[in-house]
Design a binder for this molecule. Structure first.
Ligand code: NAD
Length: 255
């Protein structure tokens, strides 16, 4: 049976991915702050290390899939927390579980990015440079100095996308695929918190995808399951937007 680790498995998109992977016959090892096979806090280096060690024990050192979904939105309590969970909570899981994936069958990694990652200027942010240099303390202090959680969110999603595309070159020869799924607005507790926020609510409400509605988590999970499946065996190092046309609407001449 295919064994897949899913972070953020207790809620929203991660829970929908978990359900569809189980329906497709995977054994899922969920990681989350609560209601998961492995309870861990991915915002700290110790929590991430504990999560990796517990996952390696649970899969007995051999893993076929990794889906990193755990993340915080712009309403999180600080920019530094967003950086730690959204970037290091994904990259350290990839790095820690790669040896087990190398022993798996047709192994595949999927990172959940965001359509927010294409906001202009993300590549110029000092916090992004620090993230890509694996400097968590520096990225956290740069993010807090900027003092804009929306920028920390978009910057973390841009950085994790760049990380994945760089890893594609490294992991491809080892037989491990890696891709990014970039959702648009999806009806989950994370989006509800943004809609209810005095700073962001109106902008989120007004930014409507061309299809005229938000996604249900299951619509994101369907693409996630495809990308993790044998049907996607030549899909590697790419970013798939599942956004109802938001990316096409905002930058139709760039792809
Ligand atoms: P959600 O809040 O429903 O789920 C997020 C999950 O991550 C929760 O179960 C939460 O407990 C877990 N998590 C958060 N911090 C954690 C930590 N420190 N340690 C362990 N687990 C932690 O949100 P969602 O909308 O399902 O978001 C899932 C992913 O999709 C996130 O990476 C988010 O950035 C991304 N995304 C969401 C949307 C959207 O509109 N909902 C759009 C684009 C991208």
């Amino acid at each position: 049976m295919t064994v897949t680790v899913v972070t953020g498995s207790a809620s929203g998109i991660g829970a929908a991915i978990r359900d569809q992977l189980v329906q497709a016959g995977h054994r899922v090892i969920g990681i989350d702050r609560q209601n998961a096979e492995i309870t861990a806090d991915l915002s700290t280096a110790d929590g991430r290390q504990a999560a990796v060690e517990a996952a390696l024990r649970a899969c007995e050192g051999r893993l076929d899939g990794l889906v990193c979904c755990a993340g915080l939105g712009p309403t999180a309590s600080s920019s530094s927390l967003i950086v730690s969970v959204n970037y290091f909570g994904m990259t350290e899981l990839v790095n820690g579980l790669t040896p087990a994936l190398a022993r798996g069958t047709a192994p595949a990694i999927l990172l959940i990015g965001s359509v927010a990652s294409v906001h202009p200027g993300m590549d110029k942010l000092p916090m992004v440079t620090a993230m890509l240099n694996d400097d968590e303390a520096g990225a956290r202090s740069q993010a807090d100095a900027m003092g804009a959680t929306q920028a920390a969110y978009a910057g973390s999603k841009y950085a994790v996308t760049v990380f994945a595309r760089r890893q594609a070159v490294v992991l491809g020869p080892r037989g491990i695929r890696i891709n990014v799924l970039a959702p648009g607005a999806v009806d989950t507790p994370l989006l509800q918190a943004s809609l209810a926020d005095a700073r962001y609510g109106e902008a989120v409400r007004n930014f409507v995808a061309p299809v005229g509605r938000n996604a249900a988590p299951a619509e994101i999970a369907g693409m996630a399951c495809f990308l993790q499946s044998a049907q996607a065996s030549f899909v590697h190092g790419t970013v798939v937007f599942v956004d109802g046309g938001m990316d096409a609407m905002t930058r139709s001449d760039r792809f």
